[in-house]
Ligand binder design. Structure first.
Ligand code: NAD
Ligand code: TDX
Length: 349
């Protein structure tokens, strides 16, 4: 019996990781530790909430005393750490929240693990989920490898880079059994509609302008979220202590091309005349410090563990649109209240 604390399990990627572990490993005990910020939603886990191997604990990773108490009470065998402030635009308007959760929160977890597991690090595991944004930006050529030097530009990526450095430092200094993976942009179900794809789906559905930053020339490498969860599962079980892996979709899209593809899919799904949704595209002021291009070389993960993305993007995007269109209630719940206020501030000045 393995007891695993998964942090941020009520968020987008975390909920897919929790679901995968609860369903795949009935012999593991999964504890979902989440503060339930605006981005955390227990409705993301309705299908597993009654599973006998699943438990939810509400708590803040910034609260060192609470985290230490939880580790000593539960004595977990492993941590899979996803809890974070994750939206770049919010990091530009409020960087300190990102320092607190992403940096201080991560160090609190590392300290609790270090104290709790003292003398027995080898049989334990601290898995830190990170992002390709720590590598900064690419020009038109090249890919991020595990050896690419860190060069973060946004407060979000600076906070994730900092947390990665702390995780490595706890391996190198104290011998903690750590693993880090740096993944490209995810998409799929339960994605909070402040991020590009779900925001565009929601706006197109409601005949609202689709804001594209700058000229829409920025490039992202999109990966289906369940493929990310599968990679985390593999690495959690198989990676060597202290190792790092890149995870990516081999799937680069210019924002404007992606939005045009999405508009075509939405026209079809909503029985609109072809070209209707494209009229909603609105070019708006660029994001400050906007990285031009991210693209991941995930060759190490592919060579060593045989992982490859399972879905073609067009198929995955269509599945994602179908999910949003048939989960009206979820979308309405997360876009009421605070969301409206955020949206007005971010897009309407
Ligand atoms: P998300 O914003 O959807 O979810 C974050 C979760 O963390 C929420 O459930 C929230 O309630 C919880 N949380 C936030 N602050 C907390 C705190 N102080 N204490 C406890 N819980 C807290 O994020 P996501 O997109 O699912 O990303 C998950 C992780 O994956 C993050 O670490 C992110 O940096 C990383 N990542 C995301 C992507 C992506 O495309 N979304 C890509 C690569 C890596
Ligand atoms: O309204 C928008 N218009 C727009 O053009 C929004 C919200 C975004 N964009 C652009 C900015 C990016 O070039 O679309 C691209 C994708 O934006 P986001 O969905 O905000 O993602 P990104 O900034 O690339 O970061 C994401 O991937 C890496 C996640 O939010 C991070 O948590 C993850 O680490």
């Amino acid at each position: 019996m393995k007891k695993i604390i998964i942090t941020g399990g009520a968020g987008f990627i975390g909920s897919h990781v929790v679901r995968r572990f609860v369903n795949t490993y009935p012999g593991y005990e999964i504890i979902n530790l989440d503060k339930l910020t605006y981005a955390g939603n227990l409705a993301n886990l309705r299908d597993v909430e009654d599973a006998p191997n699943y438990r939810f604990v509400k708590g803040d990773i910034v609260d060192a005393g609470f985290i230490a108490g939880l580790f000593s009470r539960e004595n977990p065998d492993a941590v899979i750490h996803l809890a974070a402030e994750s939206h770049v635009d919010r990091s530009i308007s409020s960087p300190i929240d990102f320092v607190m959760t992403n940096v201080v929160g991560t160090v609190n977890l590392l300290n609790a693990a270090r104290n709790q597991w003292k003398g027995d690090y080898d049989s334990k595991r601290f898995y830190h989920v990170s992002t390709d944004e720590v590598y900064g930006t690419l020009g038109e050529e090249g890919l991020f490898t595990e050896e690419t030097a860190y060069d973060p530009h946004s407060p979000y990526s600076a906070s994730k880079a900092s947390s990665d450095h702390f995780v490595r430092a706890y391996h190198d200094t104290y011998g903690l059994n750590t693993v880090i993976s740096n993944c490209s942009n995810n998409y799929g179900s339960y994605h909070f509609p402040e991020k590009l794809i779900p925001l565009a789906i929601n706006n197109i559905k409601n005949n609202k302008a689709v804001p594209v930053y700058g000229k829409g020339e920025n490039i992202r490498d999109w990966l289906w979220v369940e493929d990310h969860a599968r990679a985390i599962d593999l690495l959690f079980h198989k990676a060597n202590p202290g190792d790092t892996y890149n995870i990516g979709g081999h799937n680069e899209w210019k924002n404007i091309d992606l939005i045009r593809l999405l508009c075509r899919i939405m026209d079809k799904k909503l029985d609109r005349e072809e070209g209707t949704s494209e009229n909603l595209i609105a070019f708006v002021a660029d994001r400050a410090g906007h990285d031009l291009r991210y693209a991941i070389d995930s060759g190490k993960l592919q060579r060593e563990l045989g992982w490859t993305p399972s879905l073609q993007f067009e198929e995955g995007l269509e599945k994602t649109v179908d999910w949003y269109l048939s989960n009206e209630e979820w979308l309405q719940d997360v876009t009421s209240g605070n969301y409206q206020e955020y949206y007005r501030k971010q897009y309407e000045g």
